[in-house]
Every structure is written in C-alpha cells, then in structure tokens.
Design a protein around this ligand. Structure first.
Ligand SMILES: [Zn+2]
Length: 116
C-alpha cells in the first residue's frame, strides 16, 4: 500500500497513478527518494550548550558572577567544539558567552577590590 502525497488516498503498490486524483505515483516516489537522500541538515540546529553558556554568562552579570563566569566559559568552549564538529548554529552565541563569562570574573574581582 502506498499513499498519494497529493491527496492522501491509499493506492495499490502496483498502480502507477493515484485512483483518486490521477497523480503519477512513480514520479512522486522518486521525488521522495531524492528528498530522503538529502542528509538532514544538522547545521540548522542550534547548539543547546551555546545558548546555555550565553544565558549563564548573562545571569553572571547580575548575580553569582564567580560561579556563572567559569561555568559559562566551560560551556562556551565545549559548545564551540561541538559547533565545529557537528556544524551547529550558535557560534556567535558561544563566543558571546565566553566573552561575557570572562567579564563576569573580571567584574567579580573588580567589585571585590572596590568593597574590600
Ligand atoms: Zn491522489
């Protein structure tokens, strides 16, 4: 049993044209195969780690800079490696997380200096 991609009607495996709408089923199957051959574009996916790194680094600007800073730096580095290997999106976000993570740590020590 194969289904017509045009109208969804079930058709015999042997039938060449759709019983309901007359669409060429063989042609459609060929198209479907071509689509299946195109690898699923992993590169369209965002790196979750890059997003996490970015968010954690932003949190660090407000609270827990000394905790969030190093975490976001680690997340960013792992994210950058992941993005390069798996060709994910989010490189800019990972770099931003890294930079802001460093700023978190610097700001922590600057504040410590100011208050002590
Ligand atoms: Zn049809």
């Amino acid at each position: 049993m194969k289904y017509c991609t045009e109208c969804g009607a079930p058709n015999d495996d042997q039938s060449r044209y759709c019983d309901r709408c007359g669409k060429d089923l063989d042609e459609m199957q060929k198209k479907a195969e071509v689509l299946r051959m195109v690898p699923k574009r992993e590169s369209d996916k965002y790196s979750g780690l890059a997003i996490a790194a970015f968010i954690v680094s932003l949190v660090g600007l407000i609270v827990f800079a000394i905790i969030c800073g190093p975490i976001s730096i680690i997340f960013s580095i792992v994210a950058i490696v992941e993005i390069r290997q798996k060709k994910r999106k989010g490189f800019g976000m990972a770099v931003a997380g890294l930079v802001i993570g460093v700023i978190d740590i610097i700001s922590y020590f600057v504040l410590m200096d100011m208050f002590m």
